[in-house]
Design a protein around this ligand. Structure first.
Ligand SMILES: [Zn+2]
Ligand SMILES: [Zn+2]
Length: 273
């Protein structure tokens, strides 16, 4: 392979720094919140994935919001979200693989001002996106050590960060100290949208949300962290939640449902079943 091509860990989808040899292990996957395959660490490249038939899938999620997924699934299987505003666009939770079709779709939508992500399992091709579109990478300082392909274009933030008019990043913590959501005030016809990655999860019936410190290892989130997420979101109006995957989607009444679901989650932790 070319030395200028990043290594991709197919288990988490994160691009790692280009080098003659890949790292011994992906530290994102060696962490207790992820997993390494029983057969051992694997590595691939974008060229290898393209040759295997991997393609991106781009489709409108709602007016002003474009989803960018990968088929077949890569990493945790998430899809990215391109939030379009009159002042420019932000790509949230980029997938680990981008092809020419995805790049053309982003360009046709007006390119990128910024690229950000909910947490390290969804950093994917964040540096590649920044370089292709000359966009800044905006990541919480609490998680800065998890970017496996260090880059000068990173701008760090903490707490909350206004990114574009109507688009604010909100640090919620929990799954990772820097786990965040993107609040899009104009989404859901002006009622407000949260793009959450896996900072919280919409459940299959689309009527509640839940929380996890590690989803693959079935480790719950402590009560104080659940309360921290609800407190961080309290100042924001939102009616809909898009998680890290095409579905499920929490379509209406999301704020009340988050508060109710968090109360019930803590009750269960305390033994009330
Ligand atoms: Zn990994
Ligand atoms: Zn995760």
């Amino acid at each position: 392979m070319s030395e200028s091509e990043p290594w991709i860990c197919p288990t988490c989808g994160a691009q790692h720094a280009p080098a003659a040899q890949p790292p011994a292990v992906c530290v994102i996957c060696a962490d207790e919140r992820q997993w390494v395959p029983p057969t051992g660490q694997r590595w691939t490249t974008a060229a290898e994935l393209a040759a295997s038939g991997m393609r991106t899938e781009v489709r409108e999620v709602e007016p002003g919001l474009l989803g960018i997924g990968v088929d077949p699934q890569l990493g945790v299987g998430h899809r990215g979200l391109l939030v379009r505003t009159a002042a420019g666009n932000v790509l949230w939770d980029p997938p680990g693989f981008l092809d020419d079709a995805a790049i053309a779709a982003i360009r046709a939508a007006g390119g990128l001002r910024a690229v950000s992500a909910s947490h390290p399992h969804m950093y994917g091709a964040i540096v590649q996106c920044s370089r292709v579109f000359d966009a800044e990478i905006v990541l919480p300082v609490a998680d800065e050590g998890w970017l496996m392909r260090p880059d000068r274009a990173v701008r760090r933030w903490s707490g909350s960060e206004p990114l574009l008019p109507g688009v604010t990043l909100v640090q919620c913590g929990g799954h990772f100290p820097g786990s965040s959501v993107l609040h899009w005030a104009d989404g859901a016809d002006g009622a407000g949208v949260l793009c959450v990655g896996d900072t919280l999860f919409v459940t299959p019936d689309e009527r509640r949300v839940t929380f996890a410190w590690s989803a693959p290892n079935r480790l719950p989130l402590p009560a104080r962290a659940v309360r921290g997420i609800v407190d961080a979101l309290e100042p924001y109006a939102y009616d809909r939640i898009h998680g890290g995957w095409w579905d499920p989607v929490l379509r209406h009444d999301a704020k009340a449902i988050v508060e109710r679901s968090a109360r019930r989650y803590v009750e269960v932790l305390e033994g009330d079943i």
